[in-house]
Design a protein around this ligand. Structure first.
Ligand code: COA
Length: 325
C-alpha cells in the first residue's frame, strides 16, 4: 500500500479576540471559573459577514503554499465542519472555486470535533487506493454562529478558526494507522436541535433559542476522556506502537481537564501533549488541525517523530491517527 503523509499545513484565525474578561460582561461568569474549569483564556471570533469558507480558504492557501503545490494539482477537497456557510452547497465547493482547483472531487463531512481526523482517514483511503495524488483536508468552524451568548454553560467554551492539511504520497513515514468510532445513542447530549429537517426554522424555534448548541457538559466530559483514551490506545496498537513511543500528542482542544485526564490515563508526560486551548478555546473540527499546524511551526514536531492526533465530538464520534513525521 502507498505511504500517505501530510506535506503542508496551514491555519487561519479571525483577528477579533474575545477574552474571559469580555465574557464577564456578557454572562454571570469569571475569568477564574473559566480558567480553572476549562484552561481557556481567550478565543477568536469572526467579524460580521465572515463565514466558515472565508477562514477555510485562507488556511487552505497557506497549506498549499507550504506543500509547494498548486490548486491545479489537487484531486480531492474535504471540508469537515458543523457550521457551513449555508445548508448547501458545501463549503468544499466554495473553497474549490476560490482556489481555482479545476479537477477535484469535493464534499463536506459532519463529524463534529472529530471531523479533521475523519477527513484525514478518508483522504488517506482515496490516495492509497485510487489514482488521486493530492488531497486537501480542512477543519473550519464559525462556532460563534451557533453559540448562545446568553448561556454561560456553553458560551465560554467555543471559538472560530480553520486549519488545513495537504496529503500526498511520501517516501518515508506518513500515516501509520487510523482508528474511527461512533455511538449515536448519545446524540442528545450535545446538539443544535433546530434548523434541520426535524425542526425547520420557525419563529418559535428562534424564540426558544433552539438554533444554538445544547450540551450536558459533565456527561460529555466523562465520555470524552473514555473515548479519547481508547482511541489513542487502539490507533497506537494498530501501528505496532505504545504510548512510550509517542513524541507529540495532539488532542482535540476541548477542555484542559479532559486533555490532562486522557494524558494521565495514557501515561504521557505533560511535555508530550501539545496545548493551545488557552488561546483559542474549542474550535471543533479546526482544533486538531490548527494544533498540529502550530506544533510543527513551533518545532515541537521534528522529522521522524511519532505524532498522535486524537479527537472526540458530538454524535458521539471519535478517532485517532498515528503519523510518523
Ligand atoms: N461560569 C460560572 N459558573 C458556571 C459556568 C460559568 N461559565 N458554567 C457553569 N457554571 C456553574 C454551573 O451552573 C454549576 O453551578 P451549580 O453547582 O450551582 O449548579 C457549576 O458551575 C458546576 O457546573 P458543571 O457543569 O458541573 O461544571 P463542570 O466542572 O462539569 O464544567 C464544563 C463544565 C462545561 C466546563 C465541563 O463539563 C466540560 O468541559 N464538559 C465537556 C465539554 C466539551 O468538551 N464539549 C465538547 C466536546 S467535543
Amino acid at each position: 500500500m502507498k505511504r500517505i503523509g501530510i506535506i503542508g499545513l496551514g491555519e487561519y484565525f479571525p483577528d477579533k479576540v474575545l477574552t474571559n474578561q469580555d465574557l464577564e460582561k456578557m454572562v454571570d461568569t469569571s475569568d477564574e471559573w473559566i480558567t480553572t474549569r476549562t484552561g481557556i483564556k481567550q478565543r477568536r471570533i469572526v467579524k460580521e459577514g465572515q463565514a466558515t469558507s472565508d477562514l477555510a480558504i485562507k488556511a487552505s492557501k497557506s497549506a498549499l503554499k507550504e506543500a509547494n503545490i498548486s490548486a491545479q494539482d489537487l484531486d480531492l477537497i474535504i471540508v469537515a465542519t458543523i457550521t457551513p456557510d449555508m445548508q448547501f452547497p458545501s463549503v468544499s465547493c466554495l473553497v474549490q472555486k476560490a482556489l481555482g482547483a479545476k479537477k477535484v472531487a469535493c464534499f463536506d463531512i459532519s463529524a463534529a470535533c472529530a471531523g479533521f481526523v475523519y477527513g484525514i482517514a478518508i483522504a488517506q483511503q482515496f490516495l492509497a487506493n485510487s489514482f488521486y495524488k493530492n488531497a486537501l483536508v480542512v477543519g473550519a468552524e464559525v462556532l460563534s454562529s451557533i453559540t448562545d451568548w446568553k448561556d454561560r454553560n456553553t458560551c465560554v467554551l467555543f471559538g472560530d478558526g480553520a486549519g488545513a492539511a495537504v496529503l500526498s504520497e511520501v517516501k518515508r513515514g506518513g500515516i501509520l494507522s487510523v482508528y474511527l468510532g461512533s455511538d449515536g445513542s448519545f446524540a442528545d447530549l450535545l446538539k443544535v436541535p433546530a434548523g434541520g429537517s426535524r425542526y425547520p426554522a420557525t419563529h418559535q424555534t428562534v424564540d426558544n433559542r433552539l438554533h444554538y448548541i445544547k450540551m450536558q457538559g459533565n456527561e460529555v466530559f466523562k465520555f470524552a476522556v473514555k473515548y479519547m483514551t481508547e482511541s489513542a490506545q487502539i490507533a497506537l496498537n494498530k501501528a505496532g506502537l505504545s504510548c512510550e513511543d509517542v513524541d507529540c500528542f495532539i488532542p482535540h482542544q476541548a477542555n484542559l481537564r479532559i486533555l490532562l485526564a486522557v494524558a494521565k490515563k495514557l501515561g504521557l508526560a505533560k511535555d508530550k501533549i501539545y496545548l493551545n486551548i488557552e488561546k483559542y478555546g474549542n474550535i471543533s473540527s479546526a482544533s486538531t488541525a490548527t494544533a498540529l499546524c502550530e506544533a510543527v511551526k513551533e518545532k515541537r514536531i521534528k522529522r521522524g517523530d511519532i505524532v498522535v492526533l486524537d479527537a472526540f465530538g458530538a454524535g458521539f464520534v471519535w478517532g485517532a491517527c498515528v503519523i510518523e513525521w
